[in-house]
Write a protein that binds this ligand. Structure first.
Ligand code: FDA
Ligand code: NAP
Length: 441
């Protein structure tokens, strides 16, 4: 899409994953209910087209939230952008109900997201990486102040900028490798799994290993076991086997919109309790059916006397030695804290999780106007707006990276419909009146 150079957009979205897609929907639905001046918005996405963790779209992998926790329903149950609307438009609503499953496959949910995105393509530029945000030159401190968002075309390398009263930073989770481990064509992080796996000749993969005990690790282990019937598959687990993701009704309440208030307005003790008791709803845990399936496979192999799926419990990777196509992994056993063994593999997958979004680098110089708590983390208002000093009146909204203030849903889909609605409302509420923006008394 084309952006207008001198226009000051009410909000510029950085990244166009589910969070900012949900924000685009919230802004549009607000507009259709009011005669207010339209909220102007544009979004920039560095990928070539819409894609939601494409490298983990493994066959049969299912969603970890109900289909009703889609882009809009919890904010607006009659939204035309709901998952139910998508099913209806795809002529699949009846069969979906007959299937009696709250948890669609990730592939189906991806189709839903693409369908929703197709209604907003006039507001998004792809192959467009935001490289920085700064105060526009000559910007005052009043309502006329605006931000300059720097954008690089990832194909041509050309740069340009757009002006904004607010930005919504939604750049997503950051893949995390263990310290000292480097990725290459044989050593992968789970976030690049399908792309890198697709470049290999499966016949050359005779021994593969997966590091980690979370959902990504378990799904990749199962996938490799399915796809490489000739290969040894080793799961390197820091724990004593996989632990189950608590998906039971009481625990699920930590993802409720109301839990955000309890977390945000709670004390340090409240917040600590959320993490202490309920971290196992999301981190380093695996869905029950996947755990049972992996165990069953290994047991059947044991019975048949042909073990090719192995679980190395309480084991960590100490070192990876690479030479050409050879990959030697040095393993350290936590069983006695001493034993080391070496293992040769044809591919090694680190499913070692993600770090939370951090807007600091993107904000650059602007970050000095953003206030931080005693632990150095951004202070964030309830409406997801970064607390800034009095010299900055523009809004920096965070969709992600707010675990410390808003709790567990920060990096998840569970609450994006409501969160996006809250951000849209905040932008509208704080919008200067047309006369103030023109500097009239
Ligand atoms: P997301 O990461 O999806 O999107 C961010 C976008 O910003 C990306 O498209 C990226 O390319 C773009 N971007 C980054 N930097 C940029 C820049 N400088 N300029 C322009 N664009 C930039 N949660 C859940 O609740 N239920 C679930 O079932 C799952 N399933 C799941 C599967 C897998 C494999 C993973 C890794 C994670 C999940 N999650 C999840 C959690 C996940 O964080 C969540 O599903 C969404 O991806 C969050 O959406 P966002 O839009 O916030 O980030
Ligand atoms: P994760 O839950 O953070 O798990 C990472 C795993 O790697 C943990 O077992 C962790 O162990 C281990 N690990 C980290 N550093 C390590 C190291 N140096 N050496 C050995 N092990 C190490 O990450 P994830 O599995 O990628 O999941 C991330 C998010 O994506 C979650 O929200 C998850 O639910 C979601 N997800 C969803 C789906 C789906 O929808 N189907 C699929 C995949 C992922 P420790 O516990 O010791 O740190």
């Amino acid at each position: 899409m084309g952006t207008r150079e001198h226009e000051i957009y009410d909000i510029v979205g950085i990244g166009f994953g589910p969070s900012n897609l949900s924000l685009a929907i919230a802004l549009e639905e607000h507009q259709s209910n009011t005669s207010d001046q339209p909220v102007t918005s544009v979004f920039f996405e560095r990928q070539a087209a819409f894609g939601w963790h494409r490298n983990m779209l493994l066959p049969q992998a299912t969603m970890q939230i109900s289909f009703l926790k889609d882009l809009a329903t919890f904010r607006n149950p009659v939204s035309r952008y709901s998952f139910v609307s998508y099913l209806h438009a795809s002529d699949r609503l009846v069969q979906f109900v007959n299937n009696q499953d709250f948890f669609p496959t990730r592939q189906e949910f991806h189709q839903y997201l693409e369908w929703a995105e197709s209604h907003f393509s006039d507001r998004v530029t792809y192959n467009a990486e935001v490289t920085g945000v700064r105060l526009a030159r000559d910007a005052g401190t009043g309502p006329e102040q605006c931000l300059q968002v720097e954008v690089r075309d990832t194909v041509s390398g050309a740069t340009r900028s757009v002006l904004a009263r607010n930005v919504a930073v939604s750049t997503g989770l950051v893949p995390r490798m263990p310290t000292g481990m480097e990725r290459d064509e044989r050593v992968w992080h789970s976030s690049e799994f399908l792309a890198k796996y697709g470049r290999m000749d499966p016949a050359e993969l005779n021994h593969v290993a997966v590091v980690g005990a979370g959902q990504s690790a378990a799904e990749i282990t199962k996938f490799l076991h399915d796809m490489l019937p000739h290969a040894q598959v080793s799961a390197v687990l820091p724990s004593y086997g996989y632990s189950v993701a608590d998906d039971t009704p009481f625990a699920n309440q930590v993802f409720d919109p109301a839990a955000v208030d309890h977390y945000y307005y709670g004390t340090e003790t409240t917040r600590d309790a959320f993490w202490r008791y309920h971290k196992n709803t999301n981190y380093s845990v695996v869905d029950d059916d996947v755990i049972r399936e992996l165990f069953r496979r290994a047991y059947e192999e044991e019975v048949a006397g042909e073990q090719r799926l192995r679980f190395l419990n309480l084991t960590r990777v100490k070192e990876v030695k690479r030479s050409g196509n050879d990959t030697r992994v040095v393993l350290h056993s936590l069983l006695d804290g001493e034993t080391e063994q070496e293992m040769d593999v044809d591919a090694l997958v680190f499913a070692t999780g993600y770090s939370t979004m951090d807007a600091t680098a993107l904000l650059g110089e602007l970050d000095r106007h953003c206030l931080r708590d005693e632990q150095g983390r951004h202070r964030v208002e309830r409406d997801y707006r970064v607390v800034t000093d009095e010299d900055l009146s523009c809004g920096i909204y965070l969709q992600g990276g707010t675990e410390h203030t808003h709790g567990l849903t920060s990096s998840l889909l569970s609450n994006i419909a409501v969160r996006s609605g809250e951000i849209a409302e905040s932008v509208l509420r704080r919008r200067p009146s047309p006369t103030a923006a023109r500097g009239e008394a």
